[in-house]
Design a protein around this ligand. Structure first.
Ligand SMILES: NC(=O)NCCC(=O)O
Ligand SMILES: [Zn+2]
Ligand SMILES: [Zn+2]
Length: 578
């Protein structure tokens, strides 16, 4: 076990007592549903009291949070630490990756177990636990990739969702042809299995066959540099896959979560699917896509351009970052992750003469919160409550960790950030904690960053000084049947993915009709009138009181005359997370 720094005392108080008992005073608590000036008392890693004039034991360390926001620690729903892909291994391991996470205000990450084709999912899961358990500086959960299909995979998915393993989400790839990609039949089977298990299917939505053919054509024309990466997979290639994934999920009567949505076209495809489908459809974007853009692929320096290569790629359209912030604010997207998957320069050079060999991935786990604060809160696009929702609470709800995680409340884990909205700094690889010497946000000036980060009651960022402990975090088992995804009704006795043939009288069932009937029903339901779209546009306005409920944008993006997409109805049809 490694400790970054090992002071025996902090401000003259024994560190043991300061770790066990902590009072955060005079701050403004921010949850996803409101803000209030209250103190927080923590004991043994759990929030024990929230209120004013608290009575607390002597010897308790006090942090004065005057002028600061006290928020649930960030939950990054998408990391790849120590991942072997495309002939390289990602540079941030579970120690350095979670150390960087904590430095940026994130106190829980969810990484992906990605089996090789043909590999047992259980074996891959065991490998991941072995890599992570002794190294993590904060709590972590796992999603499992379904990278091939067989009856054995189906059985192992079922096993993984039991209490013994604690998995409630599976990721399928529509890209990375000849590696992790599933065809539509296998994708349908995998999503259907998720629905039966009441687990959440996640999809990497890009058309892998189109990418493969475009890559051949580009290479034949002599386009070998990193710019070819974006050219081989434009927005349409992403949006088509988003739509197809939603259709397949609908056929399987399943909810769906689309990871790393990088373009306006993709968001539009998700909105349109939501308007016609009955099950919850969730979308995640990335710090990379709100914090930078695809202009970097044209940089003449290979190192620079290759460092920005990830899939789906950053988009050349300069309006994309703001549009994605607005989508997060409007609940068109529900979460922001990092997809942190860093590679050393020598590994990126595997693609020096062929862009399709550049290992895919960028940094973000450390800067995710500050980047979103800068781009969305400081600009007035979202308020601090929505910031908490998309950086923490929604992930906790979707992956069934709530309210243990994602909330400042009595009995929740003491995973907290004391956020200084006035703290100014410039992001740089020279000062970041990530394992690589490149940062895609290099030189960006941000106002707002964590001053203290508390992980399970332990002060791990202490007035800006990082004091993490290797192996201090623990694995969080997640149960299936998340209420945010499947609703609070009990699971149906019959498997939900059965085709509805009840209306067929001549003995020749039409597989389409069951879902078509549902679509028609949901179209009429979606015309209901709840005003939605909690958002805030006045620059500088920063609290719920100044938020407005707007219906003005609700009829944008209509694709049929009969459907009206009602956005964010509190308690109505939306992501279900309000
Ligand atoms: N996104 C990316 O480019 N790398 C990580 C693997 C994945 O999530 O597809
Ligand atoms: Zn992916
Ligand atoms: Zn990823």
């Amino acid at each position: 076990m490694t400790v970054d720094t090992t002071p025996t005392s902090v401000s003259g108080i024994n560190i043991k007592s300061s770790q066990n008992r902590l009072l955060i005073k005079n701050g403004k608590i921010v949850n996803d549903d409101g803000m209030e000036d209250l103190d927080v008392y923590i004991e043994d890693g759990i929030i024990k009291q929230v209120g004013r004039n608290l009575i607390i034991p002597g010897g308790t360390r006090t942090i004065d949070a005057t002028g600061k926001l006290v928020m649930p620690g960030g939950i990054d729903p998408h990391t790849h630490f120590e991942l072997e892909m495309m002939g390289a291994k990602s540079a941030d391991d579970f120690y350095k990756g979670t150390r960087a996470a904590v430095a940026g205000g994130t106190t829980c990450v969810i990484d992906f177990v990605l089996p090789q084709k043909g590999q047992s999912l259980l074996e891959a899961y065991a490998n991941w636990r072995e890599k992570a358990d002794g190294k993590v500086c904060c709590d972590y959960g796992l999603h499992v990739g379904v990278t091939w299909w067989s009856p054995q995979v189906r059985k192992e998915m079922q096993q993984l969702t039991t209490e013994q393993y604690g998995i409630n989400s599976f990721k399928m790839f529509m890209a990375y042809k000849d590696a992790w990609m599933l065809d539509d039949y296998d994708l349908y089977c995998a999503i259907e299995t998720c629905a039966e298990l009441r687990a959440l299917p996640q999809v990497h939505a890009e058309n892998g066959n189109i990418i493969a053919r475009n890559t051949e054509k580009l290479l034949a024309k002599g386009v070998t540099g990193p710019e070819g990466h974006q050219l081989s997979r434009d927005e349409e290639v992403e949006a088509e896959a988003v739509n197809r994934a939603c259709v397949i999920a609908n056929q399987a009567s399943s909810p769906l979560y689309i990871v790393h949505m990088m373009s306006r076209s993709a968001v539009r495809a998700l909105q349109q699917a939501r308007a016609r489908q009955r099950h919850v459809l969730l979308g995640e974007t990335l710090a990379a896509s709100v914090g930078t853009d695809g202009s970097h692929y044209g940089n003449s320096c290979f190192r620079h351009a290759a460092a920005h290569v990830l899939s789906p790629p950053l988009r050349p359209d300069p309006a994309t970052p703001q549009a994605l912030c607005e989508a997060l604010a409007d609940d068109d997207l529900q979460l922001i992750g990092s997809d942190n998957c860093t590679f050393h320069e020598k590994d990126k050079e595997l693609g020096k003469n062929n862009f399709c060999k550049i290992p895919n991935g960028v940094n973000g786990v450390e800067d995710r919160m500050a980047i979103l604060w800068q781009k969305a809160v400081n600009t007035g696009i979202m308020d601090p409550c929505r910031f908490v929702a998309v950086t923490s609470t929604n992930a906790a709800k979707i992956f069934n960790m709530y309210p243990q995680k994602g909330r400042v409340a009595v009995n929740s884990d003491a995973d907290l950030v004391v956020w200084d909205p006035k703290l100014e700094r410039t992001i740089s690889a020279a000062t970041h904690k990530q394992a690589v010497n490149f940062n895609i946000f290099e030189g960006q000036h941000v106002v707002g960053s964590p001053q203290y980060v508390i992980v399970n009651g332990r002060v791990c960022l202490d007035d800006g000084e990082l004091r993490v402990v290797e192996g201090f975090g623990k694995f969080i088992k997640t149960a299936v049947d998340s209420p945010a995804v499947f609703g609070s009704a009990p699971a149906p006795a019959a498997a939900p993915a059965q085709l509805d043939v009840s209306h067929v009288s001549n003995g020749s069932p039409s597989p389409d009709l069951g879902n078509m009937t549902k679509s028609v029903e949901s179209l009429s339901v979606s015309g209901c009138s709840t005003p939605t779209g909690r958002k805030m546009r006045e620059p500088g306005a920063r609290n719920l009181q100044t938020s407005t409920f707007s219906i003005s944008k609700e009829i944008e993006g209509l694709d049929t005359k009969t459907s009206v997409r009602v956005r964010n109805p509190p308690g109505g049809k939306s992501s279900g997370l309000w």
